[in-house]
Design a protein around this ligand. Structure first.
Ligand SMILES: Cc1cc2nc3c(=O)[nH]c(=O)nc-3n(C[C@H](O)[C@H](O)[C@H](O)COP(=O)(O)OP(=O)(O)OC[C@H]3O[C@@H](n4cnc5c(N)ncnc54)[C@H](O)[C@@H]3O)c2cc1C
Length: 421
């Protein structure tokens, strides 16, 4: 059987009619699904094995317009909303988790500066300057296929939102000089621009989270160094090495958001941190899809032996089905209601959705391996890659599984400002 025949039978994770998707929204998500089946799936195993970045996937995404999925239409992009992006990203995650996760880092540079920033409070002057500057970034992406990444993590408390970033931008005439270090920088060595969060600080000034600056640093700027190796358990093709910035100069138009606006966005648009979850929603679906195909004797490369007649297998897939539907329902609600200034209930639901997707993606992969058995975890089949990739989700800041539980516990029991004696 031609492997593409099987792929063509994969149904949408969220059926447009059942989930009442708009026509344009459904078409864009279907486009992502077909791209994942046709382009990402056949290349995923080799990049995972060698821990190499799938740059050709990004070149092909440029050809399809997918690098500009969240660039506003008036700037030449596809103008996808937060939800449409999330649903499209889940479809890519099904076929190559590492590409979907890296693509997320790129897309956030346009989603956060685009649809999301449009809903964040700014003065008329700030907005005009922002709209002018973001056009520079959008043009690079739309016309030249430029790739942006999102290195925030530093190994301290900053990426969790608990402290100011240690990477600092010192204002100088016409721009900034950046010094610092980022760890786990997906797309390191592959991105054209690193979308860095740093603290804007003048000599002698105290570092403050309110002065977080979001800057696009060209990868080839003098003083940008990619260092360290990358040989992790999962998400190997993200190539998330360490970045060092040593007296790197960028001009003022490198600002992806005006002074202080990132802090406002992070507080008024908390769902912006839910954008790592679509990849793992896709992986959850992939673990389930594989199990069904394998037990039916239809998984490509696994031979035609059927195992579906055993009651224990049927119970296992029933449990997997229930877990997948629970995950989809909660996540769909959370990505559908993302907006500026959400209610407390909506924020708590976003934490619950993030936790559920990240934990259940791996739980489904674990169950898939136990149910399908030893032959199913050989490296010529995708399940063991799905298992390793899915393990990474709940570790990702700022909303790790632990942080979600921590906030849910506290915020369900305490209203803002409440304290015990
Ligand atoms: C495949 C992969 C790709 C990645 N790509 C990127 C990327 O492109 N850009 C980027 O910025 N980062 C990226 N990361 C990094 C990721 O978001 C984390 O920053 C990284 O895993 C840090 O791990 P750590 O163990 O050093 O975290 P630590 O900060 O040591 O935290 C360890 C654990 O302690 C808990 N914890 C931490 N802070 C708090 C707190 N304030 N309250 C309660 N609990 C807390 C969390 O559960 C956390 O998992 C990536 C990670 C992976 C695995």
């Amino acid at each position: 059987m031609n492997p593409l025949d099987r792929h063509d039978r994969d149904a949408a994770i969220f059926a447009p009619e059942a989930f009442r998707l708009g026509e344009a929204e459904a078409a864009l998500i279907a486009k992502a699904r077909r791209f994942g089946q046709r382009v990402l799936s056949p290349r995923a195993a080799a990049h995972d094995r060698d821990a190499t970045f799938p740059i050709e996937n990004f070149r092909d995404m440029h050809g399809e317009g997918l690098l500009a999925i969240c660039v506003p239409q008036e700037d030449g992009g596809l103008g996808a909303s937060f939800r449409t992006y999330c649903l499209a990203a889940a479809e890519l995650g099904r076929y190559c988790g590492a590409t979907a996760l890296s693509w997320n880092m790129h897309v956030c540079s346009t989603l956060w500066t685009g649809a999301l920033a449009d809903e964040v409070d700014m003065s008329a002057e700030e907005r005009a300057a922002h709209n002018q500057r973001r056009r520079i970034h959008y043009r690079r992406i739309v016309e030249e296929g430029a790739i942006y990444s999102q290195p925030f993590s530093e190994g301290g408390a900053a990426a969790a939102g608990a402290a100011a970033f240690g990477t600092e931008a010192r204002p100088v005439e016409d721009g900034f000089v950046i010094n610092g270090k980022k760890i786990f920088a997906s797309l390191s060595g592959a991105a054209d621009y690193y979308g860095v969060l740093c603290t804007e600080r003048n000599e002698g000034e105290a570092a403050s989270r309110r002065n977080t600056l979001y800057l696009a640093i060209p990868a080839d700027a003098p003083g940008v160094i990619v260092t360290g190796d990358w040989d992790p358990l999962g998400m190997r093709a993200t190539v998330s090495r360490t970045l060092i910035f040593k007296d790197v100069f960028v001009p003022a138009n490198a600002m992806l958001m005006p002074h202080g606006v990132y802090f406002r966005a992070a507080t008024s648009w908390p769902h912006m941190f839910l954008t790592l979850s679509p990849t793992y929603m896709g992986l959850a679906q992939a673990a389930y899809d594989f199990t069904i195909a394998y037990l039916r004797g239809e998984a490509p490369g696994a031979g035609p032996t059927r195992r579906r007649m055993f009651p224990t297998k049927q119970i296992a897939v029933a449990e997997m089905h229930i877990m997948l539907e629970q995950t989809k329902a909660l996540w769909f609600q959370a990505v559908s209601e993302a907006r500026a200034n959400p209610t407390k209930e909506q924020v708590l639901r976003a934490y619950a959705a993030q936790y559920t997707v990240m934990e259940n993606a791996n739980a489904l992969a674990v169950k898939a391996i136990r149910t399908c058995g030893g032959q199913a975890m050989l490296k010529n089949l995708p399940l063991e890659r799905i298992y390793r990739d899915s393990r990474c989700g709940s570790l990702m800041l700022p909303w790790t599984a632990e942080i979600c539980v921590d906030r849910l516990g506290r915020e369900t029991l305490y209203e803002p400002g409440e304290k015990d004696e």
